[in-house]
Ligand binder design. Structure first.
Ligand code: GCU
Length: 448
């Protein structure tokens, strides 16, 4: 266990850090705006936003086994510590999903349009039937890939919040039949919602940089409300113990992450897509999901979380903004039953979120925060990156280029990347451009 100070000077173990650039060296690290802190202190919910009030805490050391043995080589990380940490997250936080590709799963490519988006893209839609049974749970995967690509295309995959039809106004996108969050429309997908989330999917910019984007609706996998896991994929796969779901049974985040692995199963069958260069990305609750997907699924070559906050990239022990108690109360279905016991006692957790980032190692991982999004604790997200860095270094990668919070709008990119950008809780084109910079760097922009 390592001690952390309240002001975030952490992990001095691996002091070898590289300055980001001469310009950054003189710039001030990001701090929350005083005006915003004042405003937040005057409105509910009553959450901790002042750095001075962050409790002192001790993080589990990523390089010490539960039995106390120090991990000093890559093999021990791979064979012992990584599996141990995965098990901790399965048992105490996200729950346990079924292992591997489900028997009987079937893909139906029901749409291939080579002249989509004014001829710029090929659009594909694929029904992924998880059990292969006609009435079983299924998700629709929507893929746009740039036309004129020289070979298989590296791909960003992310779930969406409202249905595939919300990501783009393209009228050919099939409406989901699943429950949606839009209660004004009777919780159904409608034509009027087409393109309503397009700001999160800057397709022209993504295609212009030579990447494909694939998305599916999280609610096709598991509708996002607490119904005791009667709908979604869980009932088709759950193994009850004495008629009950065990306390480590998979919650919604684990189910969504599992759905992303099934998307990867499809990519491996599609020669237009470069399944060896797939970045899994997610915003907010779906950023918590992309991190867990990247941990469970090593076929993802890059892992990206956008404003994922509590239960995602932010350290739980800081209890800053959204806390474990609060998230369990508001969204009890996101995590497994065992996680409920840690509300208000984060220090008892045998894990923290830096270990989740470390599970991506040595693959590139990128964490992004937004200046106004204090609910998601930008500093706590950065400190998670700092906390994961020793694992990246052990595995022989450059890791995170600095242990100091970078200034606003100054991305840092090593094998671990981070930025805090101007603005609020959103997946913006600025974020996407940085993720593509990161992908160019690690996947090689000349590969296309
Ligand atoms: C809420 C929740 C967050 C979550 C966010 C979202 O704000 O408290 O944990 O990340 O919703 O998914 O948009």
């Amino acid at each position: 266990m390592l001690s952390l100070g309240t002001l975030g000077i952490v992990f001095v173990l691996f002091a070898a850090v590289t300055a980001c650039s001469a310009e950054d060296a003189g710039a001030q690290g990001w701090t929350a705006s005083a005006a915003l802190l004042k405003e937040l202190s005057q409105r509910p919910p009553d959450a901790l936003y002042e750095e001075e009030r962050v409790p002192s805490y001790v993080l589990p050391d990523p390089l010490v086994l539960v039995d106390g043995t120090r991990v000093t080589d890559a093999q021990t990380w791979r064979d012992k510590r990584r599996p141990e940490i995965l098990e901790l997250f399965r048992t105490h936080m996200y729950g346990r999903a079924p292992v591997g590709r489900p028997a009987g799963m079937a893909f139906d490519v029901f749409d291939t349009e080579r002249n989509a988006l004014a001829g710029k893209a090929t659009r594909k839609q694929v029904r992924v039937n998880f059990t292969g049974k006609p009435d079983g749970p299924a998700m629709d995967l929507l893929v746009y890939l740039p036309n004129g690509a020289k070979g298989p295309v590296p791909t960003f995959v992310l779930l969406n919040f409202g249905g595939n039809h919300t990501v783009c106004a393209d009228p050919a996108i099939r409406l989901t039949a699943s429950w949606t969050r839009d209660d004004k429309s009777g919780n159904r997908a409608t034509d009027a919602q087409r393109g309503s989330a397009s700001s999160r999917f800057p397709l022209a910019a993504i295609l212009a940089r030579g990447y494909a984007v694939a998305t599916a609706y999280s609610g096709d996998i598991d509708p996002d409300f607490d119904d005791g896991f009667k709908n979604g994929v869980q009932p088709a796969f759950d193994k009850l113990v004495e008629g009950k779901r065990p306390p480590d049974a998979w919650g919604s985040i684990a189910a969504w992450a599992w759905g992303l692995s099934r998307a990867m199963d499809y990519f491996e069958t599609d020669s237009d897509l470069d399944a060896k260069h797939v970045a899994v990305l997610g915003h907010s609750r779906l950023g918590k999901t992309s991190l867990w997907a990247g941990a469970e699924e090593e076929r993802f070559a890059m892992v990206i979380s956008n404003d994922s906050g509590c239960g995602g990239a932010a350290l739980s022990r800081r209890a800053y903004g959204e806390t474990v108690a609060r998230i369990n109360k508001s969204f009890p279905h996101w995590f497994c039953g065992n996680f409920k016991q840690y509300g208000g006692s984060e220090g008892e957790l045998p894990l923290d979120q830096h270990l989740l980032l470390a599970l991506a190692a040595p693959r590139p991982v990128y964490v992004a925060s937004a200046d106004q999004d204090l609910w998601a604790d930008p500093r706590g997200e950065f400190l998670s990156c700092v906390g994961a860095d020793p694992v990246y270094k052990l595995l022989g990668t450059p890791g995170l280029p600095t242990d100091q919070m970078p200034p606003l709008d100054h991305p840092v990119m090593g094998t671990v990347g981070y930025h805090v950008r101007t603005g609020g809780h959103a997946l913006s084109e600025y974020d996407w451009e940085r993720y593509m910079d990161f992908a160019d760097r690690h996947f090689g922009s000349t590969a296309r």
